[in-house]
Structure formats: C-alpha cells, structure tokens
Design a protein around this ligand. Structure first.
Ligand code: UD1
Ligand code: UDP
Length: 381
C-alpha cells in the first residue's frame, strides 16, 4: 500500500521551501500518496507561490485574518487541523521550518499520534526571543518530530546537543536552493510584459534604468516598532547619501510593516515601495541587485547562489554559514552600522563576492530528493 504523506504549511516561505518536496513526492506516485493541506495563515502571498508552482491544495483551512495575533493563528490552525488529521489519517505529516503553522501542525499530529517529519530542522540562535516566535517554534517542533531533515551539519549538531538521536537526523541541504535553482532557470524566458505587469510599468522601467539597485525586505516580529523605525531611518539616510542608487522594497503585507514603511520611506524619490512580489519576479530582482538588506531567513540562504552580498538586519542569526563564508554580515537594527556597511559593500568595486562564492553553504539543489528517499527508506522499515 502507498505511504500516505500529508504536507501541511501556511505561509510564503514554507510554500517556497516545500514546493520542491511536493514535486518530488508526486514523482513517486504509486509508492507515495501525497496530499497537501494549507492552513492559509497567509493568503495572497501564499497563493502567489501556489500559482507559480501549480500546487492545488487538497485542503485549505483559509484561516488568515487581518492583523491576526499568535494565539489566534494557533487556535484556528489547531481546531482546523484536528478535523483534517482525523479525516485523512496520514502515515506521516510533513512540516517545514518555524512558523506558527509549522508548530501547530506538529502539535496536532502529535495529539493524533501521527509521526512528524520536520524539514529545515535544527536552526538555532539560542535566544528564544530572537527570532520571535520562530526560535520557540523550532525547538518545540523538534521535540515532537520523528524525522529531522537538517539543512546543514551545523543544524545537525544543534539537534544532537538537544538530545535528538543521530539516526533520526538526515543532513539534506535546504530545499530553498532546489526551489531557487528551478526558478533561476526560468528567468531567461521571463517575458518583459510579465515583469512590467507584476512590478508596474513605471517601476519596471526604473529598475531597468537603475545604475545600482539595493534590495530591501524587513518583517520580523522582534523588529516591530522601534527596530523597524531604526532600520527604515537608516535606509532613508542611505537613499539620501546615494542619490544614484535605487532602493527597491517589496513591502510585506503585515500592517506592522506597511505603516512605518509608508510613513518613513514613502516620500523618497529613490526608494521604490513595491507590493509583495511573486517568487519568480523576486528572484529576477535579487539577481539584478548589488546588495540585499534583509531580516528574512530564506533570502539569506538564497543570496549566495546568486552571488549577492547580504546585510542581515538582525541582532543574532541561526544561519552562521553565510556569515562565516563572508557573503553576509550581521548589522542588527543599528542605524550607523547599517549605513556604513552598506556603503562599504557598494563602494567595493562591484565587490569581490563573485570570486568568493563558489558554492552555497545551505544546499546544492538535491535536498528534496534526499528527504523523500530518506522518508521512503524509513517508512519501509
Ligand atoms: C509569518 C511567520 C514568520 C515568517 C513570515 C514570512 C509566524 C508567527 N510568523 O509572519 O515566521 O517569517 O510569516 O513572511 O508564523 N497578511 C496579508 N496577506 C498575506 C499575508 C499576511 O494581508 O498574504 C497580513 C495580515 O494582516 C496578517 C498579517 O499580515 O494578519 C500577519 O501575518 P502573520 O502570518 O501573522 O505574520 P507574518 O509577519 O506574516
Ligand atoms: N520572497 C518573495 N517575494 C517577496 C519577498 C520575498 O517571493 O516579495 C521570497 C524570498 O525569495 C524567500 C522567501 O520569500 O524565498 C522568504 O520569505 P519571507 O521573507 O516572507 O520569510 P522568512 O524567510 O523570513 O521566514
């Protein structure tokens, strides 16, 4: 009988990172019966990814509410998932990463005594409040998971240090690199009309004409309020100091980001506030950028594959591999550090990063195959 795998996710990064896994599960039709459930913790930016990868969820709990809080997300996900798991009775539930949906799905599966496979297991900063609540979600998901798919050796060591047994861990690489390699391969065929429609004609033309693009994203909860105000203030200083640069900022739909972005950066001529971009368009934009400033996890992992330097707008990182490699620098939410480091990298004659980055420390594009092969082997036993 086929192995019944239910993959559960809810947000943009989970969708991007699970899309190649879902594709790989589907390639084993007959051996694996793959089903997909989305909590809909995100809506528009989740649907962008589902459309791009042609994923049609079997179940959609449609839980997103404007301005939702952590308790609200957890309660609606847990209630919805209980019924889903009782109806589906999968042999295994697959979850990804560190979001509220990830932890809710692992907890629901635990309550129904269904084993959990955790993709992107073992990332740790050691600080439960940074990133918040992701660090807590990772730790709690690891306690409940049966199989841990660690992206790197560092992640494996973190799991071992918490008492997870070696034979429950597989180092696979990060599936985001599988997704990125696939999408990067579609860029040559990306029609200008599609770019123009997605970005808006005026923004597209400005991006094409720009001498130097700095790409910005910011959305971490622990930065809400003073942190984002400082980051956006530093970006404003950078924009004024480098009038020939164009700072492109696809703004996350969270109102806690939208409002300060509009009020602090809204009136600046060389700051382009964009809607959240579908992943293919976003990869196109990353590829054109001279520097990426971000507090996103996934973008830190993707940047080395595109040869792009990253300033990490966080106090601590769970992705030390990029910092050790020299492709990323931690600047926190500190105004002077952000502007100084940005100027240093941009002035470094198109930086020597292309020489520096020979391989991506986070993955090689084969993570999804390793995960699915490991699952098949484990479940056959
Ligand atoms: C969530 C995750 C975070 C992840 C991030 C990726 C949690 C607790 N947080 O944070 O780990 O890094 O996603 O983007 O799981 N909204 C929309 N449309 C959308 C998505 C969001 O309007 O498609 C708005 C809604 O008002 C929503 C709010 O953003 O209530 C916040 O969404 P939420 O999922 O709670 O938090 P994120 O900040 O997106
Ligand atoms: N991303 C995207 N469109 C955007 C911004 C980001 O497709 O406008 C992609 C990005 O390339 C990465 C992922 O979304 O793969 C990161 O998601 P996000 O920053 O929301 O979450 P995090 O990685 O911080 O959890």
């Amino acid at each position: 009988m086929a192995i019944r795998v239910l993959t559960i996710f809810g947000t943009r990064p989970e969708a991007i990172k699970l899309a190649p896994v879902i594709k790989e599960l589907a390639a084993h039709e007959g051996l694996i019966a793959s089903r997909v459930c989305v909590t809909g913790q995100h809506r528009q930016i989740l649907d962008q990814v589902l459309d791009l990868f042609s994923i049609k969820p079997d179940i959609d709990l449609d839980t997103m509410r404007p301005g939702q809080d952590l308790t609200g997300i957890m309660v609606s996900a847990l209630l919805g998932l209980k019924d889903v798991l009782r109806a589906e009775r999968p042999d295994i539930v697959l979850v990804q990463g560190d979001t509220a949906t990830c932890f809710a799905a692992a907890l629901s599966a635990y309550y129904e005594q269904i084993p959990v496979g955790h993709v992107e297991a073992g990332l740790r900063t050691g600080d439960l409040y940074s990133p918040f609540p992701e660090e807590g979600n990772r730790v709690m998901t690891a306690r409940l998971a049966r199989w841990h798919f660690a992206p790197t050796e560092e992640a494996r060591r973190n799991l071992l240090a918490e008492g997870i047994k070696d034979d429950a861990i597989r180092v696979t690489g990060n599936t985001v690199i599988d997704a990125l390699i696939h999408v990067r391969g579609t860029l040559p065929a990306l029609a200008p009309e599609r770019l123009s429609a997605a970005l808006g004609k005026a923004a597209y033309e400005r991006l094409l004409a720009a001498k130097e693009i700095v790409l910005l994203t910011a959305h971490r909860r622990e930065n809400f309020g003073p942190g984002l105000a400082t980051i956006f203030g530093a970006v404003r200083d950078l924009a004024k100091a480098r009038p020939a640069s164009l700072i492109a900022f696809p703004v996350h739909p969270n109102p806690n980001v939208q409002e300060p972005a509009a009020s602090i950066l809204g009136g600046l001529g060389n700051v382009l506030l964009l809607p959240p971009l579908d992943y293919q368009i976003f990869v196109w934009l990353m590829n054109r950028s001279a520097l990426i400033m971000t507090d996103s996890g996934g973008i830190q992992e993707e940047a080395p594959s595109l040869g792009k330097p990253v300033l990490v707008l966080r106090e601590v990182s769970e992705r030390l591999e990029a910092i050790e490699q020299g492709s990323a620098a931690l600047v926190g939410a500190k105004s002077a550090k952000i502007t100084q480091e940005a100027a240093r990298i941009l002035d470094d004659a198109q930086n020597k990063l292309n020489d520096l980055i020979e391989k991506n420390p986070f993955g090689d594009g084969l993570a999804s195959k390793r995960i699915v092969n490991a699952l098949i082997a484990a479940l056959r036993n």
